[in-house]
Design a protein around this ligand. Sequence first.
Ligand code: ADP
Ligand code: MG
Length: 507
Amino acid sequence: MQTGKINVQTENIFPIIKKFLYSDHEIFLRELVSNAVDATQKLKTLSQLGEFKGELGDLKIEIELSKKTITIKDKGLGMTAEEIEKYINQIAFSGAEEFVKKYKDKAEANAMIGHFGLGFYSSFMVSSKVEIITKSFKDAPAVKWECDGSPDYKISEHKRTERGTDIILYIADDSKEFLEESRIETLLKKYCKFLPVEIKFGTREETVKEGDKEKKVKKDNIINNPNPAWTKKPADLKDEDYKEFYRELYPFSFEDPLFHIHLNVDYPFNLTGILYFPKLKKSFEAPKDKIQLYCNQVFVTDAVENIVPDFLTLLRGVIDSPDIPLNVSRSYLQSDANVKKISSHITKKVADKLEELFKKDRKDFEAKWDDIKLFIQYGMLSDEKFYEKAAKFALFKNTEGKYFTQEEYLDKVKTTQTDKDKRIIYLYTSNTEEQHSFIENAKDRGYDVLVMDSPIDAHYINSLEQKLKDTSFTRVDADTVDKLIKKDEAQPSKLTEDQKKNASADY
Ligand code: ADP
Ligand code: MG
């Protein structure tokens, strides 16, 4: 047995770590399971490189609960005593006190955990004692390390023979909630649902047929889908696969999405993901099903406000990028150049996809328009680049239910609806029922009337009036029909009688 002090310049790491992440204790599980995944993936890589020549065997990660402990078991590369010394005992955690003072905000503290390689130490947020029992894939004896959160640790040889690592958490009295099976299952489903290595938690009964008989058998309860759709090639996926993945992401959403966008970027940053346009409900409740952010298949957050442009936060789906640090804090995200690039890239992709849909199947696009117009108008209002692209496929709808692009609509009305000052007047109704008689009068006059009746339309009209040349929008009930578009009738004709004759002969 050997003892030593963890290399931190502070008396006791336990209270500091507790203080650090006061309201986010649950992330310890994410940190420990992702370490187990890392250890497994590293072993696979070593095997591919020929540096590990043994059998990989079953690489499942297991989470076990007892009355007092949670154990996270992997069959990854393990650690030697020297590696424990290097990776566990030496914490880059100088000036911890200062940090706690500076980063009182929970999100900031969350960011610090990853930053300072404190993932493993987050286990002390919920544990009164932590043990590591590990055997490296290298030819070295197994080791047991234990620590109660003070800088003192013990390290000793252990009899374990199989490769891999067990992390045993002795759950502290104030964290007993984490000994409940349902709590752990919920957390695993939240953070680990798409981790790339199978994760087993408990067992479940399954009925199998054996000849004529049915038999109940116990099967491993696997938490995750290690190969989620977004990690596959778009060419290998059918429309139905995307819908199925949507249901996997949002089991309580009963309606299929309108369409999806598969993101796949490797330059200038890495990003994959699938975004879905949901069918919006008329009543705007705060959406429960949000875009989820992953980092190498580890769930990070569904608060993606700074990564995805505002107008796309109503979309659903996943974004996975190793270039977004696992532990994100708001102020960090706002200032990060990568994140800004990601945001503008997503905007561009969404615009490209919409344009493609529009060109490929205009009928279908029109059918979806009423559901997607909110996103598109909001995007056009808030993002100049998006406006430029969307101006090609954003549609106007008239009272007859016909759809027009900006260009088409201009062509349609410019001869009939140009006023004496050469301004083109777009007539619109904000309420087809209340303004019914005005609409009919305008139509009798040969005018066309647009339906612009959503709350965002007022802003949209404002912005279009600034962008479209010589164009004004007039509400159809703003005046009597002969004053809606002021024409030039009063002016005497400058044509001679002869010219008049010729002109009428043209008709
Ligand atoms: P990070 O994962 O960011 O490196 P952690 O504090 O989570 O920081 O882990 C520190 C180090 O401890 C890891 O980099 C790894 O070398 C080692 N480690 C932690 N858990 C395991 C494990 N289950 N198997 C092997 N090594 C591990
Ligand atoms: Mg880690």
